[in-house]
Design a binder for this molecule. Structure first.
Ligand code: FAD
Length: 452
């Protein structure tokens, strides 16, 4: 966003009340933040999680995803769940309230994903945090930091209906998806591909009152119908669409939009004016795609839009530069790392201006997953900060794989556990003995992928 030239207002200095002092402060309640806060909380650390919405799940609920990707890998041709630890507990809790499907085949049969009910996920995430002794602070937008020194954060400022306040912490974990905390603290980062070009966002919607028997096969049929319509001159926002039955068979979700600025660039998730434009354009595209599906696809004649996701789905903004950046070569070559904190089996899934490009590690020749190194969640320059989830240290291409839910759970759990161990050892997270972290993660059920 461009501030108007020559126009600014000098704000008076002020004293801000300290709302609380915590050993661990987590920003963001997506998969990374849920796992980070739960791991720190159950280690006995006083932990607060700050979230701008009134519910958890991040893009998994706020952007309407309803589908865990990246929990599984194609291991020499066999589908296997490879992300464990807190992810297992979330799945178990979802099963108990009938909120999750068995894994299904995705991306042309090469990998599995797992569909969940979004409201069940919100409830399960609440329960997990409370059971772990974490204090969730909802409806609080983080708005800046106070620094203790050039490389240490003292407090995060929040804005809410109760006014401005500060939360002091000893270790901070940035799980905002956008690297907000790291950015304010002065950690280095790249935006999009480094030249500002980001993966294109999408607004998701769900349709209800679909006739499940007649809609059978709609997933394959819809892209074909779109192709035929394109040959006759119709222009869709993107090539192909992923339209899939949900947990309840009369409900189908559509990932069928692609949100561009009028100049063709991707709408930026860290530009408030572009986001405002994008929300409206996203809803317009949802309506347009819904009309097409309703008129052309058997089983959808009486369907209606039951919801458009509360917010545009942002795939990529800031990637905070850490001690190592996970890259496409690591994904396609199933890389191993001495400081592994878990694994990722999702392929590279690049959302370009008009299409989605998918690249897998060789199947069935390879083990189908790469390890994730601790160094990718340790940012440069700031000593009491860890960065987990889609804003962790990855190249633009590496990010197209490891940004999905499975690896975000892995990074979050490792960050929360590392915060505890670093506090216990009295060292900054970057100086942590990684073997002690690996031991703890394995004891708590994480699969590090060391046996293959
Ligand atoms: C359209 C779309 C479809 C996708 N499909 C899938 C899929 O099917 N399966 C899958 O696994 N992944 C999918 N992904 C990717 C995946 O959902 C995300 O990359 C993942 O949720 C990232 O997790 P995270 O915890 O890093 O961040 P997020 O999920 O983005 O969570 C960040 C949280 O931080 C909060 N926050 C941010 N800034 C602030 C602030 N300043 N103050 C307070 N709170 C703040 C946000 O409200 C949010 O809750 C998709 C993404 C998109 C955009």
């Amino acid at each position: 966003m461009m501030a108007q030239a020559g126009r600014s207002i000098a704000e008076p200095g002020r004293k801000t009340a300290v709302l609380g002092e915590y050993e661990v402060v987590v920003l963001g309640g997506g998969p990374a933040g849920i796992a980070a806060a739960a791991a720190a909380g159950r280690s006995g650390r006083s932990t607060i999680l700050v979230e701008r919405y009134g519910f958890l799940g991040g893009a998994g609920t706020a952007a309407g995803l309803s589908n865990f990707c990246g929990l599984h890998a194609n291991v020499h041709g066999e589908h296997r769940q490879v992300v464990h630890g807190l992810a297992d507990e979330i799945i178990e809790r979802l099963k108990r309230i009938d909120g999750i499907n068995a894994p299904h085949i995705s991306l042309g049969g090469k990998i599995q994903a797992q569909m969940y009910d979004m409201d069940a996920y919100k409830i399960v995430a609440d329960e997990l945090l409370l059971a772990s002794g974490v204090k969730p602070l909802f409806h609080a937008v983080a708005a800046g930091v106070a620094m203790r020194s050039d490389n240490e954060i003292d407090a995060v400022f929040i804005e809410s209906k109760s006014g401005r306040a500060a939360l002091r912490g000893r270790v901070f974990i940035d799980c905002s998806g956008d690297g907000d905390l790291a950015h304010w603290a002065g950690a280095p980062y790249e935006l999009g591909d480094g030249a500002g070009n980001m993966l294109y966002p999408s607004t998701k919607f769900r349709m209800a009152n679909v006739d499940p028997a007649r809609a059978l096969g709609a997933r394959e049929l819809i892209p074909k119908l779109m192709e035929e319509a394109e040959k006759k001159g119709r222009v869709f926002p993107r090539r192909g669409a992923i339209v899939r039955q949900q947990r309840h068979p009369i409900e189908w979700s559509a990932n069928a939009t692609l949100i561009k600025n009028p100049d063709g660039s991707a709408v930026s998730g860290v530009d408030v004016e572009q986001m405002s434009y994008g929300e409206i354009e996203g809803r317009r595209q949802c309506r347009e795609m819904f009309e097409f599906i309703k008129s052309a696809v058997p089983g959808f004649e009486d369907a209606y839009i039951v919801d458009i996701a509360p917010q545009i789905g942002i795939r990529q903004t800031r990637r905070v530069t850490g001690e190592y950046s996970l890259c496409e070569r690591d994904i396609l070559g199933c890389a191993s790392f001495e400081d592994a904190i878990g694994v990722n089996g999702w392929p590279v899934e690049a959302h370009l201006a008009d299409r989605v490009v998918i690249k897998f590690a060789p199947i069935p020749q390879s083990r189908g997953f790469n390890q994730l190194p601790y160094r990718m969640i340790v940012p440069k320059r700031i000593d009491n900060l860890l960065v987990a989830g889609r804003c962790a240290s990855m190249t633009h291409d590496g990010h197209s794989s490891a940004r999905v839910s499975g690896p975000c759970f892995v990074m979050g759990q490792a960050a929360g556990t590392a915060a505890d161990l670093a506090l216990e050892a009295g060292v900054p997270p970057r100086a942590l003995d990684v073997r002690s972290l690996q031991e703890r993660l394995e004891q708590e059920g994480t699969y590090l992928g060391k046996d293959m």
